[in-house]
Design a protein around this ligand. Sequence first.
Ligand SMILES: [Zn+2]
Length: 111
Amino acid sequence: MTDKRASVSSVSDRSEGFETQSVVDDELKKTLGDDWDEVSNDPAQLEAARFLVTEAKQVSNGIIPERYTQITDYKFCGPVFVYKGYPQPANNCPWCLNRHAGLPIPRADDD
Ligand SMILES: [Zn+2]
């Protein structure tokens, strides 16, 4: 548990400069709706929620999130980065939404 909290907060630190905290929080309020009050009063929940929103925004901007360290060859998207433990084999990967929306997909074999 301690490890998880540490990693969540360090990823959030590294994401500085990509999205400001207030932009992330605006997004969270929209996503959480009535749950926002409860989450915003719990620092651990708030940090975890910020982490997930930040990561989702990175993916939709074609940026590989910090914890996406594993390369897997998916049926539709090809070799892409996913987080360790992402279900496989699978046809769909975290980047499929980008493929459907015409957004960038950073390929593992790009550079
Ligand atoms: Zn995919």
